[in-house]
Write a protein that binds this ligand. Structure first.
Ligand code: ADP
Length: 923
């Protein structure tokens, strides 16, 4: 319409057009003044047309817009741009305010015909939008503005990104098109939002959205209303919460996972609050403490005395201050915890981790305590520590031993056959410092042949396994002595796996070895000596063993009845044994017991012979003896008395040959002494054994004699009795005569007395045996006792045909048991008449200063020297039972009685001339 040319219109038409409401019409002269304006200038700008016409356009245009306006005007006038377009400028109203006017127009006939419309509202709206959008753009959250019909009028860059659309694409779209929810759900949400916004300024909710590419995402949405240009709009600010949602979901999963882990973990765990109150424990923890979590009510970590005592408290404090800490191991016995009575939880070594759970401001909210059972570790550690200590001690003592020269150190270089010894090694092998030839051959030569193979095997094995080796072996020291060594070595290898060097130690352990050897030896000889009572065979075996083990030769002689007899001999060379066995026969044959050497052996004694030659060259020795002795090539020797309880029983001796490298050492002497002791013991035991055999034999003989002795009087009593009975029953007159009866009774009495005496003796024996023979000491006169006894025995002496000569007088008062003394006197007097029948008997009493002596001398057969002692023993009789009757108890009992009186009884006798029994009483 405006584009129609004005001159084609009528004036009225034009007037009508110019009256177009809300539209400004202006005709502008080439000088820039208004030529005509329409009536609308007033309602729009407040100016009357007359006030404007003729005025400069420039005066009404906002200075900021003038340049643009002028450019437009000029170009229109110049016909360059016939139609004015898009000029928008501010025109001053009469009241001084400005209105935005948008102009179109063209120049015709030197005038510009312009049409303007008031666009102030639109410009302001746009401006407001621009300002808002600038603000909204700066928001990182997606902002979408829609009008009441839900048409999008604005979206910011963040929203573009969020939805994946270009801005232009979004403008004009319906908001619903962006919803990823069902239409119904969307509507419900929208309705809810609208209702809320009627009363409140803000609605908040979550939306599921769909992107241009079809993916769904969640947003948290805040909606507010906004009045734009009088119209109500909705501003939706959207935040993508997919990540957060995912995070929340993940957190929930994590939490589940953690709970599962916490609950099912084998590690005992407990969570405390910052004040030390338990919040939660897991199952493992309950097991460890044997406590149900409900029982933890009232427990407080910070008040637990046990942790303070164990020194764990500082760690807890550090953890509460925010540090993750691990405690050193501590020992926990649930049964010992406060209130832990009857708790079955195992006592363990534990380690605790404390890990603080923090608030956002870094303060500790909770404290997790995780326990770890380190009992096994601890015990392993302890073992390790122990081993370490042992090793240290071992190595320290080794280095000490090396320093004090007990352990020799050596090196061996196999490639060039070199062996290097330190001073101690040389000393051990008996070399002067620096004199060892330093070759393997020199070493091998010293190895004991019996051990060499074993040693080299150990070395080879160590090369093969690349381990150290340890050996115990013998060597010949340079002086020839055999020594026991303990050695060890360690091989070292080069890249070609060849042994380049062996380093080792050596130590002389002969002393230890010797002790072991000696113990073994003595165990063996003890066994031999106790194997039987055949002491000759046993002794021979002991000598054989001792010669194999220590000596070159050994002998045992027995001194029997003042005569020396060789019972065993041994020599390393068996052919020399015979010489040794017979050697002392030659010796004794010519020298006899008179030789001072044998004399000296009558006393317990040992003789150490350091130089045998010297001894053999001593004067007075039989030539034959010396000649044979020299064949034994003795170097040194030792002789010891075999000492019995009752004096020397014999001798033990050993010797070393001249070629023996070992000397007569302390050890050998000690051994000899010990062997001697053991042989004497064995000898004595076997003597005792033989004695007891003898005693048994004597007892058996006694029993047969005793029964015979008892039987004899009993038999005659029986006979007498029988005879009397017959005589009386036959009425023989003589038998009834009193004299005959008395004679018969006297005979009976004699038999009965005899039985009585036998029984008394046997009872006394039993008493002596039980040490129960009683003596009641009182003072009595020995002379009158003797007189009584002699008087009483007088008839018997007479019937034995013995004349009893008494030689005593006066008085002799003694302290003693007169009844027992009488027993002794009767005994020896009866013996005298028994054995010296038909010959005189002399009874004498001698009073000396300190003792009274009673002698009973007979002229009987006498007693052999060897029997003089024996007859005083139990059941011992010097002559056989057939010759003279008796139990062999009388003298035994007599000696016992005399000893109970501190007195003595002994006998002197000469064969075929008689015996004298002597009683000595102390005064
Ligand atoms: P018994 O006379 O009963 O045999 P004794 O103990 O009195 O026992 O004597 C022990 C032994 O001593 C006798 O068996 C006898 O061999 C010897 N004896 C004792 N007295 C004499 C004596 N006066 N003359 C010779 N031998 C005697």
């Amino acid at each position: 319409m405006l584009h129609r040319r004005p001159h084609e219109l009528t004036v009225d038409e034009l007037r009508e057009i110019l009256r177009l409401p809300n539209h400004l019409i202006a005709i502008i002269r080439p000088d820039g003044t208004f030529y005509k304006v329409n009536e609308e200038t007033n309602p729009i700008l407040g100016w009357e047309p007359d006030e404007v016409i003729g005025q400069q356009v420039r005066d009404y245009v906002h200075p900021e817009d003038w340049e643009e306006t002028y450019t437009h005007m000029t170009s229109v006038f110049l016909g360059m741009k016939p139609i004015v377009e898009d000029l928008r400028n501010r025109i001053r109203r009469k009241d001084g305010t400005w209105r935005w006017i948008s102009w179109t127009g063209r120049a015709t006939g030197g005038y510009i015909y312009a049409h303007g419309s008031d666009v102030t509202d639109k410009v302001e709206y746009e401006e407001a939008l621009t300002v808002q959008s600038l603000v909204l753009e700066s928001i990182s959250e997606g902002v979408v503005i829609c009008n009441q019909k839900a048409v999008i009028v604005f979206a910011n860059t963040a929203a573009e990104k969020l939805y994946g659309y270009e801005m232009e694409e979004m403008l004009g779209m319906k908001l619903f098109a962006l919803s990823g929810m069902s239409r119904d759900l969307s509507k419900i949400k929208v309705r809810d939002a609208l209702e809320t916004l009627n009363s409140e300024k803000l609605w908040m909710g979550e939306f599921e959205n769909i992107r241009k590419d079809g993916t769904i995402f969640s947003t948290a949405c805040r909606v507010t209303t906004l009045d734009l240009h009088g119209e109500r709009h909705f501003v939706c600010v959207q935040r993508d919460i997919s990540a957060k949602k995912r995070f929340t979901r993940e957190r929930e999963e994590l939490e589940t996972r953690f709970r599962t882990f916490f609950e099912q973990s084998a590690l005992p765990m407990i969570i405390f609050d910052a004040q030390g109150n338990p919040l939660d424990v897991n199952h493992a923890w309950e097991l460890l403490y044997d406590i149900n979590r409900s029982e933890l009510e009232g427990y407080n970590l910070l008040q637990d005395e046990a942790y303070i005592e164990m020194g764990i408290r500082p760690y807890i404090d550090r953890a509460l201050a925010g540090e993750v800490v691990m405690t050193p191991p501590f020992y926990l016995d649930p049964a010992k915890l406060e209130g832990g009575k009857g708790k079955k939880g195992r006592a363990r070594w534990l380690e605790a981790w404390f890990s603080p759970i923090k608030n956002s401001d870094g303060t500790t909210r909770e404290l997790a305590m995780i326990l770890k059972d380190v009992t096994d570790q601890i015990s392993t550690q302890e073992t390790l520590r122990e081993m370490e200590t042992k090793f240290r001690i071992a190595s320290e003592s080794l280095s000490l031993a090396v320093r004090v020269g007990q352990v020799g150190v050596w090196e061996w270089f196999p490639a060039d056959n070199r062996v290097i010894w330190d001073e101690t090694s040389e000393k051990i092998y008996g070399f002067e410092k620096g004199t060892f030839p330093q070759t393997v051959e020199a070493y091998t030569a010293l190895l004991h042949p019996a051990d060499a193979e074993y040693c080299w095997k150990a070395v080879e094995e160590s090369f093969r396994t690349r381990n150290s080796y340890h050996i115990v072996h013998r060597i010949f020291r340079k002086d020839g002595a055999v020594r026991w060594l303990q050695g060890s070595g360690m091989p070292f290898f080069n890249e070609a796996n060849e042994v380049v060097r062996v380093v080792g130690t050596t130590m002389d352990i002969s002393d230890r070895k010797e002790i072991e050897e000696d113990q073994k030896f003595f165990a063996e000889i003890s066994e031999i000596l106790s194997s039987s009572f055949d002491y000759v065979t046993n002794t021979q075996r002991v000598l054989d063993l001792s010669v194999r083990t220590y000596f070159d030769g050994a002998i045992v002689d027995e001194i029997d009845k003042s005569e020396s007899r060789r019972i065993a001999a041994a020599n390393l060379e068996p052919e020399l044994r015979e010489i040794m066995m017979n050697l002392n026969k030659d010796y004794y044959r010519s020298v006899g017991m008179a030789h001072p050497f044998l004399q000296s052996l009558k006393e317990p004694k040992e003789i150490i012979i350091q130089n045998a030659d010297e001894l053999l060259s001593s004067p007075g020795l039989p030539e034959e003896y010396v000649r044979k002795s020299l064949q034994l090539r003795m170097k040194s020797g030792y002789i010891a008395t075999l000492q019995g309880k009752n004096g020397p029983m014999g001798t033990f001796g050993f010797h070393l040959r001249k070629e023996n490298p070992n000397g007569l050492s302390e050890r050998l002497i000690r051994l000899g002494r010990e062997i001697g002791t053991r042989i004497s013991l064995a000898l004595e035991n076997s003597l005792l054994y033989h004695h007891s055999l003898e005693a048994i034999r004597a007892r058996d003989e006694f029993l047969s004699i005793a029964s015979h002795e008892l039987k004899t009087p009993l038999q005659s009593l029986t006979l007498q009795n029988e005879m009397k009975r017959r005589q009386i029953s036959r009425g023989e007159k003589a038998a009834l005569e009193p004299a005959g009866i008395i004679r018969a009774l006297d005979m009976d009495k004699r038999q009965l007395n005899r039985i009585n005496r036998l029984i008394d003796d046997m009872l006394d024996i039993a008493r002596i045996r039980n040490a129960r023979l009683s003596v009641h000491k009182e003072s009595f006169d020995l002379i009158s006792l003797l007189t009584d006894v002699a008087d009483r025995l007088q008839p018997q002496f007479e019937s034995a045909g013995c004349e009893l000569h008494r030689d005593y007088s006066g008085e002799l008062i003694l302290m003693g048991d007169s009844y027992r003394i009488e027993q002794v006197l009767v005994n020896i007097l009866v013996n005298a008449m028994k054995y010296g029948a038909g010959k005189p008997v002399f009874l004498r009493v001698k009073k000396l200063s300190h003792q009274a002596v009673v002698e009973v001398e007979d002229r009987g057969p006498g007693i052999l020297d060897e029997d003089k002692e024996r007859i005083f023993h139990r059941f011992e009789r010097a002559i056989s039972s057939r010759e003279v009757s008796g139990l062999g108890l009388g003298l035994y009992i007599s000696r016992e009685i005399m000893e109970l009186h501190q007195g003595k009884i002994h006998v002197t006798s000469e064969r075929e001339k008689g015996s004298t029994f002597i009683l000595e009483f102390p005064l």
